[in-house]
Design a protein around this ligand. Structure first.
Ligand SMILES: Nc1ncnc2c1ncn2[C@@H]1O[C@H](COP(=O)(O)OP(=O)(O)OP(=O)(O)O)[C@@H](O)[C@H]1O
Ligand SMILES: [Mg+2]
Length: 159
């Protein structure tokens, strides 16, 4: 597990961007953390890194937003999802096991639907500093760990 401190919104977005540049087709990024932790900010960075232009917001009233970048990006948010059947109606497997990058906010709400190989990222707020976040990167299963190399470098450069 890799833990990175982010001192402000822009650093969280930059971390997302670094990951987005390295993200590969079929990659699953499972985000968790409280309301306002920074999951959407991080996602905006991933989208930029994946070559998506335009605004990326939480898919609040739909289950998923699809963006076209270097590869497709499927942005899910499980916050308002009540039952996993809704996901299967949407044809989740085609996304999760397709050629795009899948990113899920509130992924921990329905852990059983998540593919075995994924990158989990938990974002925790600091209880002391308003703008500080801790990002816990947890590769699960056969995830290619090299996606995390540049993030390690960013952290060790003292940012
Ligand atoms: N270090 C930081 N990283 C990310 N966001 C930060 C940071 N410091 C402050 N913020 C602020 O925290 C908020 C994060 O909002 P964001 O929508 O990304 O959270 P979220 O985890 O997606 O919440 P939700 O569960 O409602 O979807 C923003 O208002 C942002 O400006
Ligand atoms: Mg959000």
């Amino acid at each position: 597990m890799l833990v990175i401190k982010s001192k402000n919104e822009e650093e969280t977005r930059t971390l997302g961007r670094i990951l987005g540049r390295r993200a590969f087709p079929g990659m699953i990024i499972a985000l968790q953390g409280d309301l306002g932790a920074g999951k959407t900010v991080f996602t905006q960075g991933v989208a930029q890194g994946a070559g998506v232009s335009g605004t990326v917001n939480s898919p609040s009233y739909v289950l998923m937003n699809l963006y076209h970048g270097r590869v497709e990006l499927y942005h899910f948010d499980f916050y308002r999802l009540e039952e996993e059947d809704d996901l299967f109606e949407l044809g989740l497997e085609e996304y999760f096991y397709g050629d795009g990058i899948t990113l899920i906010e509130w992924a921990d709400k329905f852990p059983s639907v998540l593919p075995a190989d994924r990158l989990e990222i938990e974002i925790k707020k600091s209880d002391k500093d308003w703008d500080v976040r801790y990002l816990f990167f947890k590769p699960i299963g056969k995830l290619d760990h090299s996606v995390l190399e540049e993030i390690k470098e960013y952290a060790s450069a003292g940012n």
